[in-house]
Write a protein that binds this ligand. Structure first.
Ligand code: FES
Length: 137
């Protein structure tokens, strides 16, 4: 009798545990990631971009025509779609509802996005690019 009760508790306990645990796991992973090194990203041609993961979040690194480097969080601040760099228009575009962002500052410039994209700090060195979370406060 006791064994059956225990098995039942274990059976319903597991999905509840998973449900509670997943967001916590995700936020712990995010908190742990302070920087990302991208080997050979210093060779990214001007006017192009590459997508990478900053922890669990998609992010974007852009090497602009004027030789400046910009890295931004790539999750749209409207409803969370992944955004992309449009080299022809030189802006960040969200395909879900047509939102656009400035490709240098991350400012939301048109469409529904309510806030800018989070900007990371970029350090280019021979052989790699280091992306760091900006310090606040
Ligand atoms: S989710 Fe990007 S514009 Fe709506």
């Amino acid at each position: 009798m006791g064994g059956v009760g225990l098995a039942y508790a274990a059976a319903i306990g597991y999905p509840i545990y998973r449900y509670l645990n997943s967001p916590v796991e995700a936020s712990i992973q995010m908190a742990a990631v302070k920087d990302v090194t991208l080997p050979d990203a210093d060779k990214l041609p001007k006017g192009s971009a590459l997508m990478f993961k900053f922890g669990i979040r998609p992010a974007i690194l852009i090497h602009h025509q004027d030789d400046s480097w910009v890295s931004l969080d790539a999750i749209c601040t409207h409803m969370g779609c992944t955004v992309a760099y449009d080299p022809k228009k030189d802006h960040i575009h969200c395909a879900c509802h047509g939102g656009t962002y400035d490709a240098k500052t991350g400012e939301n410039i048109s469409g529904p996005p309510p806030r800018p994209l989070t900007k990371y700090v970029v350090a280019v060195t021979p052989g790699s690019v280091l992306i760091t979370r900006a310090q606040h406060g």
